[in-house]
Design a protein around this ligand. Structure first.
Ligand SMILES: [Zn+2]
Length: 400
């Protein structure tokens, strides 16, 4: 249903259009088309009396009368769409398109607006067809391609998305979407068992650019499938050296790869070195170990124990003096129990958040559904545990 503000804003449009008409008429003299004035006043009355459909009919007839009313109709169509009255918006734009004397630019503008109406109505096939027809338009081609891209991303049609974005982005553009489209295609090829094709997709992704670490992770997964654990370990280490936040996604495969090549001491050494270079990573590694339930490795257990002992929230809930006075074995028992409680809490809630729009999610994703940006989702480890602990008194009691 139309809202109060719809009527009010529609009224404003008509007043603005009537004022523009009156101004033009004053400048042109008395021979200007007089009947439009009466139409605008009738239209205003209809809108103010909430007879939107009748007002719409009137506007549609006006479009047949005067080119000057075109922009008003575009504004009105836009207004209807913004207010969720998509049927009315479609009606306005279809009627504009039925006009025989539209210029090419005006026709493309009306087609583009109609495409946006279809998008709002969830009619993606129709929108795709319209934007496809407009993709070579001199005035609306780029915008139509942008809209096509968002449709292909929504439909996860990565081949078409790649095709359109290659047209849109210049080779010097630092766009991060193309590497991610390639990674999506590579990941699918890998899942389908076509490893050579997966490698082909990954080849053009340049080192050091966004998306490149995602490509490296796919190559590591391929290496594991081929039981080439040396390569897998080398690739995982390379990713962690630049993007430590990915540890939670990698830890399980990393530890398993080291186990398979009997190189766990090397893993200890590598993680210790990482934590010395960036002490904040200790918490990330601890949380990753808690979530992956991997406290067997001494370096991981040590990180978890330090995390529990040095976390302000957790330490206020645990009798630290008692815990530190315990011998190694009983202390380990308490730490493992607390870690188990934290894992159960964390599994049931959002552990990642988009740094751009704040969208929260339980699992790691490369493309944010909230703002459509790539590679903006990060773990919220430390904040998350505190939020969890204060969120529910019964679960807090369990941890203590
Ligand atoms: Zn976002």
């Amino acid at each position: 249903m139309p809202t109060e503000s719809t009527f009010f804003l529609a009224g404003l449009f008509i007043i603005a259009a009537a004022a523009g008409w009156a101004f033009a008429r004053f400048n042109r003299g008395a021979d200007a088309a007089a009947p439009i004035s009466a139409d605008y006043i009738r239209g205003l009355n209809l809108v103010l009396n909430r007879k939107t459909d009748e007002a719409l009919e009137l506007f549609v007839r006006m479009a047949e009368v005067d080119d000057e009313t075109l922009e008003t109709h575009f504004a009105l169509g836009h207004l209807f769409r913004r207010r969720g009255e998509v049927d009315r918006a479609i009606r306005v734009h279809q009627n504009l398109l039925a006009r025989p004397n539209l210029s090419e630019d005006q026709r493309d503008q009306a087609l583009f607006a109609l495409g946006e109406d279809y998008l709002s109505a969830g009619l993606f096939d129709r929108a795709e067809n319209l934007f496809g027809d407009l993709s070579d338009s001199p005035s609306h081609g780029k915008s139509a391609q942008q809209q096509l891209l968002s449709i292909y991303e929504r439909e996860q049609d990565w081949k078409l998305a790649l095709e359109v974005s290659r047209k849109l982005d210049s080779p010097l553009d630092d766009s991060d979407r193309i590497p991610h489209y390639l990674c999506e295609l590579a990941e699918k090829a890998r899942r389908d068992g076509d490893l050579p094709r997966a490698r082909e997709y990954l080849k053009p992704i340049s080192k050091g650019r966004r998306g490149s670490n995602r490509g490296i992770l796919i190559r590591a997964a391929i290496a594991i499938e081929e039981e080439d654990f040396d390569t897998a370990v080398r690739l995982y280490h390379r990713v962690l050296e630049t993007d430590g936040y990915l540890i939670a996604e990698i830890l399980h495969s990393l530890v398993e790869s080291h186990r398979r090549r009997n190189s766990l001491p090397e893993l200890q050494q590598f993680l210790s070195k990482l934590m010395v270079a960036d002490p904040s990573l200790e918490a990330d590694i601890a949380v990753a170990a808690i979530l992956s339930n991997m406290l067997d490795e001494p370096v991981l257990y040590a990180a978890v124990e330090a995390f529990i002992l040095h976390n302000d929230t957790l330490s206020s809930l645990v009798d630290l003096e008692h815990l530190t006075s315990l011998d190694a074995e009983p202390r380990r028992g308490v730490v493992v129990r607390i870690a188990g409680g934290l894992r159960r809490l964390a599994m049931g809630s959002a552990r990642y958040r988009c740094i751009q729009c704040g969208y929260s999610t339980r699992r790691f994703i490369w493309n944010c559904p909230g703002c459509k940006a790539w590679e903006t989702v990060r773990p919220v480890n430390r904040i998350q545990f505190e939020g969890l602990l204060f969120a529910d008194d019964s679960t807090t009691a369990k941890v203590t």
